[in-house]
Each structure stands twice: as C-alpha cells, then as structure tokens.
Design a protein around this ligand. Structure first.
Ligand code: GUN
Length: 313
C-alpha cells in the first residue's frame, strides 16, 4: 500500500484564488485589505518567511507594508510601532514575525496587537474565542491543516486524533480545531509515556515536533492520515541517508545544496499511512494562504462587510 499524497501546493493555490476574488471585490468598493508585517532583526529563516508573505500579498491583491526595526529595539519601542499600526484604518492585519530577540517581552507585544487585526490568531482574546467556539481569527498553520483535511474529504468527526506537540502556534490550536470539529483529541509532548502506543491509536496523526523523521512506521496505524508540520533543515549526510536512501532525486539535490528540508515524519510512513502530507509541499504552503485568507477576513469583520453585500455598496 502507498499513501495518497495530500498536495498542499495545489490546495494553497485554490485558496489564494478564492482570496484574490474577495480582495478584488473589497478593493472595488474602496476597501482594499492591508497587511503590515513586522520583522525585527535579521533571522535568516524569518527573512525568507516574510519575503514569501509580502510576495503572496502582491499576488492576491492585498496591500502590504514591511517594518524592519533593528535587532536591538526595546519592548517599549516595538509596542509603539504596533500601537501605531493598530490606529491606522487601512491596516487590517498586523503580523509580528516570531521569534523576537531575547530582550523583547514577546507576550507583551502579542497582547498589544488589536485582536481585530491579529491575523496570526495569537492574542489571548482570539485564543479564547477559538476555545469557546466564538468567531475570531485562527492561527494560520492549524487553519491550513483543517483546510487540507476538509478539501481532501478526510472525515474528522468521531475520529481518533493525536497531535504531537503542544506549542501555542501549532499544537494547541490544532488540537482545539480538531476538537471543535468533533474529533476525539489527544495532545502528546516530551513527557508523554508510551508515545508510540498513543500515536498508533490515531486515525489522524499530526506531527509538530521539530525532529527530522522521528515519526516512523511504528507510530502509525495502517490507513491513518498523517499531517507533517515539521520543517527541519538537515546537513548531515548520514542522517540524510537514514531517511532517503535510494531516493536519487533528493540525493542529488542534497549533494548540490549540502542540506535538505525534511519533516517530522519518516518517508517510510508512506508504506503504512492511508494519506499523508509531503515536506516540502504539504502544510507549508497553506500557512501563507491562510494568512491571506485571515487578512481578508479581518478586513471584512472590521468593516462589518460581507463580500456578498459589496455588490450593493
Ligand atoms: N514564526 C514561525 N511561524 C510563525 C507564524 O505563523 N507567525 C509568526 N508571526 N511568526 C512565526
């Protein structure tokens, strides 16, 4: 048996096209959605992510601006920047790229973002809205996971779901979304006993750990759906070979680049799972697509306008 590969790139393109149509309708009514991205310092991974976010805004017709304060900015100065963005009506979404430098009180910054513009869904008000099933803004990667499942017609209600990882950005909100969709949810973490046994119960397994290839076939029930949120850069040839021995195309790419991007799920899982997301090209593309979707949603919610009503504006 070989798992169905869930094509995140295709699903993300579908969502971007829908968002572009909504952005166009809003723009035609003089309400072009706007996103402000704040990138502090020069974290190379963050720079790549932010570039992708700004480029995607251009593609779907969302106004965007990038703020790049220096690495040594203080919490107070960053608060001032965020509060200035809160006040600007043409800005519908504010995204402060994480991680922030050590001297910054990240919790204080995330609390300062207007919940109505919190397109990351990290403000405690939106976290509370999600956990009490009120309308709000939902974190992008977890929302993207749900879109992959929904658009691939993978049932969630009544299913046994196991989420590995309890981060505020991915693990916890994913567990909450699955619970709201009526799955029976278990959240695992570094202190979980008998992790393999717990994972093997899952019809839906979500891996958000940050360890290359850790989830091998022994963790997976035959036929399960496996969602891989991992994005690990590996540079060790031995580690690469333990994951991809025999994959000529990947091997050549590793030889040229000296590194490879790999998920938390071992490629051999494709032999047992019913469906799985690849890395790259699985969950990753959905994160930016859902950011675009959240920005348009924030624009609509803030202005009390649904797109269907815009034709009469
Ligand atoms: N850093 C890694 N993932 C994310 C994300 O989804 N949002 C923000 N703001 N920063 C991140």
């Amino acid at each position: 048996m070989s798992a169905v590969i869930l094509d995140g790139t295709r699903i993300a393109a579908e969502i971007r096209a829908e968002v572009a149509a909504e952005a166009k309708a809003l723009s035609a009514a003089g309400r072009r959605p706007g996103l402000a991205v704040v990138l502090v310092g020069h974290n190379p991974a963050s720079e790549i992510y932010v570039r992708g976010k700004v480029k995607s805004c251009e593609e779907v017709g969302i106004y965007s601006e990038k703020h790049t304060p220096a690495e040594n900015i203080t919490t107070e100065e960053l608060l001032e920047l965020v509060m200035g963005l809160n006040l600007r009506d043409e800005i519908d979404g504010i995204l402060v790229q994480l991680p922030l430098p050590f001297q910054i009180d990240s919790k204080k910054i995330l609390l300062a973002v207007d919940p109505a513009k919190d397109v990351d869904g990290f403000h405690p008000m939106n976290v509370g809205a999600l956990s009490t099933q009120r309308p709000g803004l939902v974190p992008c990667t977890p929302a993207g996971i749900m879109e992959i499942l929904r658009r691939s017609q993978i049932p969630v209600a009544g299913q046994e779901a196991v989420v590995i990882g309890r981060s505020d950005i991915v693990g916890k909100p994913t567990a909450m979304l699955l619970l709201n969709a009526n799955a029976t949810v278990t959240v695992c973490h570094s202190k979980t006993r008998d992790l393999q046994d717990v994972c093997r119960r899952a019809d839906l397994l979500v891996a958000a750990i940050g360890r290359a290839g850790m989830i091998n076939r022994d963790f997976v029930k035959p036929g399960a759906t496996v969602i891989d949120v991992g994005m690990n850069k590996i540079t060790d040839r031995g580690e690469f070979d333990s994951l991809f021995a025999g994959d000529a195309k990947r091997s050549e790419s590793f030889r040229l680049k000296g590194s490879a991007l790999v998920g938390d799920v071992h490629p051999q899982v494709a032999e047992v799972a019913g469906a799985m997301t690849p890395v790259p090209g699985g969950v990753g593309p959905l994160t930016i697509a859902m950011l675009m979707s959240n920005t348009v949603r924030a624009a609509r919610l803030r202005r009390g306008t649904h797109v269907a009503e815009l034709s009469s504006v």
